[in-house]
Write a protein that binds this ligand. Structure first.
Ligand code: NCD
Length: 315
């Protein structure tokens, strides 16, 4: 694997290989010394043009636990036009000797541009591009689901027959897009539930079923519900009347949470708007995998960096 830009182009075998390597990385996290020498002498640059807490910290931890040198850039607020600033930045990173670039960018497709540009000869990892994709988030979600469902017997397996309902702001969500492709590649059945205004228009090509009624979706007894953040920063218009209306119709509130099967998994990529798309009782319950998702993110990103960087130069 040269780059990790989307989950849409990952095969089932590739996805399972990555998840299996992430299991090995998770084992390392249980040791007293959590570090492997695998990427010693390699340089990983975190290039974040958009805000992030967990993704940035997680990639940084992952690279450091593989002994890479890590440089973190917050490129937000640059006044140069986007194409040029990306080119200049990429050439600067190439001059520094970056072996991998982890990029988060507000424009869909920016990581692909970087990977194909020739400005830099480095592995590119998409850490979220606009409303397009966020592949490592979907991989950590799949990893979390697989562990919850198959436990110690996870290795080598997909998510065949697992039912996952993704709820909320699908329109603006790169997490939803990456999950739709990856989970269905792994054999899961994905359904989307959202107000019609927060669904994309081009859904015909997506391997999903679509509904508008969260109560009906909960009564259908899914193995997991993935609540998405309402992305107010990407909304230039009113997509729903007000937050109270939204949470009444599409929020996982205490009442809906109580109706979920006791072993249904409650997921959220974070950051959460507590009380809007998810109640605190649901988010902090044993059924919630929110913090497991964050912890598993490090293992999955270690696996991705390993696949992109190990043994391809030098060694
Ligand atoms: C997501 C993102 O940035 O796309 N967050 C994350 O990476 N954990 C989802 C979001 O911002 O709502």
């Amino acid at each position: 694997m040269r780059h990790l830009l989307s989950t849409r182009d990952l095969s089932r075998d590739e996805a399972i290989e990555l998840l299996d390597i992430a299991e090995d990385m998770a084992d390392v996290q249980l040791r007293e010394v959590k570090k492997l020498p695998t990427l010693r002498g390699r340089t990983v640059v975190n290039l974040f043009f958009e805000d992030s807490t967990r993704t940035k910290v997680s990639f940084e931890a992952a690279a450091k636990r593989l002994s890479a040198d890590v440089i973190s850039f917050s490129a937000k607020g640059s006044s140069v036009s986007k194409g040029e600033s990306l080119k200049d930045t990429a050439q600067t990173l190439a001059a520094i000797g970056a072996d991998a670039v982890v990029i988060r960018h507000g424009s869909s497709g920016a990581p692909l541009v970087l990977a194909q540009s020739g400005w830099i000869d480095a592995g590119v990892l998409n850490a979220g591009d606009g409303t397009h994709e966020h592949p490592t988030q979907a991989l950590l979600d799949a990893f979390t689901l697989r562990r919850r469902i198959h436990g110690r017997a996870s290795r080598g397996r997909g998510l065949d027959g697992v039912t996952v309902t993704i709820v909320g702001d699908i329109l603006h969500s790169r997490v939803a897009r990456s999950n739709v492709w990856l989970l269905s590649t792994l054999g899961a059945q994905v359904s989307l539930v959202a107000p019609p205004t927060l669904l994309p228009v081009d859904l015909a090509a997506w391997p999903v079923t679509v509904g508008y009624d969260l109560d009906a979706a909960i009564d259908a007894d899914p193995d997991a519900v993935m609540m998405l953040r309402i992305q107010l920063e990407r909304m230039q218009a009113a997509f729903f009347p007000n937050s109270r209306e939204y949470s009444r119709a599409w929020g996982l509130d205490d009442e809906r949470f109580a109706r979920l099967r006791a072993d249904s998994i409650v997921m959220h990529p974070g950051p959460m708007n507590r009380g809007l798309e998810i109640s605190s009782r649901a988010a902090d319950s044993p059924q919630s995998s929110v913090l497991e998702q964050v912890a598993n993110g490090v293992s999955v990103r270690m696996a991705a960096l390993y696949l992109l960087l190990s043994g391809e130069k030098g060694e």
